[in-house]
Design a protein around this ligand. Structure first.
Ligand SMILES: *Cc1c(COP(=O)(O)O)cnc(C)c1O
Length: 398
């Protein structure tokens, strides 16, 4: 087998996670389902159970070829050494926080963080004696260093934020975190392979694989990728203690999604760019929050650290429009669904004003926000749909 790390992204996606000796000649890894694993002798069973952090078949929750194929694929996509698959993207957020933090520790979390991650910090982590300080996502390395405490053990990051799209200076944040002895845990769902977390100082990278990796709005799954053996052993042992597991059917569907992710992402990136440019010229729009747009917030950092964009971005309407006017806009759209999640083949639009919690003073917008996800439809159809929905929004506003 050629060294995948040296091959192009699309070649990688065709070949990752395929190990022919287990496949009886079939192209794809097997879909193995099971709880009990029968082992011929007691001595063999003991020897297998003694292998810490190894991919060995001893019981269903330890995973099987189906899981390991997906883990190998995502580790390669993220440029890390090993990956652990969990039941949802949210479990991929909470598991490393539980594993790498303990009572008495302090965490720094960006103010624009994915809402359920904020809830976890203020809920179970707080209940177990971990304190969290929220920081402005646009903080500099110096600013972050000033917030570090002797007991700060995790600096969390999400770049760009999935509602307001601030791009973080991850290398500067990681340098300050490491100088203070903290690990950097990053939600890299927006960046996917366009942001290589381990080349920018991240220690643990999270994917809501529910989004583009699975890609068809029919699977919930998450991945946690690390870049050294110590972190792997800690993560693996902790995730096993927590009983984290994903259905092999969902792993298999995600592997199937990964085979076409390169072409889907390329098409969706292009379409989203076209829609973002078009929206930017509209009189109803104050700004388009897409880091790939020249002059948009975070564009310079995006250009420095990312090789591309996905198809999720925000629109801030002019302050003369109310949040209710944006509801009328979303409801008038015929080709866009109103729904959470993203990364599927279908376009979505959701009003986000009022649904975002901020406690560090960042992310203040004068006008109402809508988050747009662009799917695989024809761009001309999407633009015509947005055009007619904007007319209804103007009519609503009077
Ligand atoms: C969707 C999402 C998650 C959680 O993924 P689920 O599979 O829905 O639990 C985590 N982070 C970000 C940025 C997301 O958009």
């Amino acid at each position: 087998m050629a060294d995948l790390s040296k091959l192009g992204f699309h070649t990688k996606l065709s070949h990752v996670g395929r190990r022919s000796k287990h496949e009886h000649g079939f192209v794809n890894p097997p879909l193995l389902r099971g709880s009990t694993v029968l082992i011929p002798t007691v001595a063999q069973r003991k020897a297998l159970q003694a292998q810490r952090g190894a991919q060995v078949l001893t019981y269903g929750t330890g995973g099987s070829e189906t899981h390991w194929a997906l883990e190998a694929a995502i580790a390669e996509i993220e440029g890390g050494t090993r990956c652990y698959i969990v039941s949802t993207g949210l479990a991929a957020v909470t598991t490393p926080l539980l594993v790498f933090l303990k009572a008495g520790d302090h965490m720094l979390m960006p103010d624009h963080v994915y809402g359920p991650a904020r809830n976890f910090a203020g809920g179970i982590l707080k209940q177990f004696g971990v304190e969290t300080t929220f920081y402005d996502p646009c903080i500099t390395g110096e600013g972050l260093a000033a917030l570090m405490r002797p007991n700060t053990k995790v600096v969390y990051a999400e770049s760009p934020g999935s509602h307001t799209f601030e791009v973080q200076d991850i290398p500067a944040i990681a340098a300050a975190a490491h100088a203070g002895g903290a690990k950097v845990i990053m939600d890299n769902t927006w960046g996917i392979h366009h942001f290589q977390p381990f080349q920018h100082g991240v220690d643990v990278s999270i994917q809501a694989a529910t989004k583009y990796l699975a890609g068809h709005s029919d699977v919930l799954i998450g991945s946690i990728t690390v870049n050294n053996e110590d972190d792997w052993l800690t993560l693996h042992a902790g995730a096993r203690q927590l009983g984290q597991y994903a259905s092999p059917d969902d792993c298999w569907l995600t592997l199937r999604g990964i085979r076409t992710m390169g072409v889907r992402l390329a098409a969706q990136q292009d379409a989203a760019m076209q829609v973002a440019h078009w929206l930017r010229k509209r009189p109803e729009v104050a700004q388009v929050l897409h880091p790939g747009l020249p002059g948009a917030p975070g564009h310079d950092l995006w250009r420095r650290d990312f090789t591309g964009a996905c198809s999720l971005f925000g629109v801030e309407f002019k302050p003369e429009f109310t949040a209710e006017a944006t509801y009328a806009f979303c409801e008038a759209l015929e080709l866009f669904g109103i729904g959470a999640s993203w990364g599927g083949y279908e376009s979505l639009a959701v009003p986000t004003t009022g649904g975002i919690t901020r406690t560090a003073g960042s992310g203040q917008f004068a006008g109402p926000l809508v988050r747009i996800h662009i799917g695989l439809e024809d761009v001309d159809d999407l633009l015509a749909d947005i055009d007619q929905a904007l007319a209804k929004m103007r009519a609503f506003a009077g």
